[in-house]
Design a binder for this molecule. Structure first.
Ligand code: SAM
Length: 243
């Protein structure tokens, strides 16, 4: 069944118009008619079955009926990733969403080859991936922010799992066991600078980890690190994933 992320409050009897692009998608592209059902979620109220109450060319109103899944927390896991080329960054946002990242923080490091990106497009990719993957929320894509500043303002209660391609480090699965608030850090195509590595390794909340003997591309590294974290400390130990 089609799932839609909406900003509106969700409760039995609620009725609201969809945004124009969602209305177009539902009525013109997917040709859903009045009375047909969709699933709606907003990141706060769980997932609800709703039916199409009005369907015109550019307008579609949903009528909310019953809750299908209560809002449930997911692991408190951020991804901090250096800006890489657009296509790879879009893949990283989509896969980080599927892998349960709570938030995606974009970083500018010594070797990043860009200092800006299209945040709106990346956020739209996160919404689409959350709808597809059955999540009850959508990760926020924030930044880009210089790595130094990000570290200066770091919440020490959140463990930073530093994927260090160049250093002696324990395998991620061995190094990460605690299930508390965490973030995975992935560098750019050019890797981290020696100064960045030295600073990261000096910080008390940082755990350097290895992703094996081969150098992975940023998108491969992000997917691998998030998957290993979920397997070792996240919600892959449970099996209550979306049907
Ligand atoms: N130069 C290559 C490229 O163009 O893609 C590789 C740079 S690598 C993608 C960038 C980041 O991926 C690294 O900074 C690190 O965070 C992560 N990474 C890649 N291989 C890794 C490994 N074997 N162990 C730990 N982290 C790794």
């Amino acid at each position: 069944m089609i799932r839609l992320f909406v900003p509106d409050p969700l409760h039995a009897g609620a009725r609201f118009p969809l945004a124009e692009d969602q209305a177009h998608y539902l009525t013109n592209v997917m040709r859903r008619a009045v009375g047909e059902a969709v699933l709606a979620f907003n990141g706060r109220d769980g997932e609800w079955r709703a039916s199409v109450a009005e369907a015109a060319r550019r307008r579609c109103v949903l009528a909310v009926e019953e809750q299908t899944r209560p809002q449930s927390a997911r692991p408190d896991l951020d991804l901090v990733v250096a800006l890489v080329k657009r296509a790879r960054l879009e893949t990283i946002v989509e896969k980080a969403t599927e892998l349960g990242a709570r938030r995606i923080r974009l970083a500018i490091t010594r070797h990043t080859n860009a200092d800006h990106t299209n945040l709106a497009r990346l956020q739209a990719i996160a919404v689409e991936a959350a709808e597809q993957t059955g999540r009850l929320d959508v990760p926020e894509v924030v930044g880009p922010e210089k790595l130094e500043r990000l570290l200066d303002g770091w919440d020490g209660g959140r463990a930073l799992v530093f994927c260090d391609e160049a250093g002696e480090a324990r395998p991620l699965l061995e190094a990460v066991r605690a299930a508390g608030p965490a973030a995975v850090l992935i560098g750019p195509e050019g890797g981290f600078s020696p100064e960045e590595r030295a600073r990261l390794r000096s910080l008390p909340f940082v755990t350097p980890v290895s992703l094996g003997p081969r150098i992975l591309r940023a998108d491969t590294a992000a997917i691998t690190a998030l998957a290993l974290w979920q397997a070792g400390a996240g919600d892959w130990a449970r099996h209550d994933i979306a049907p």
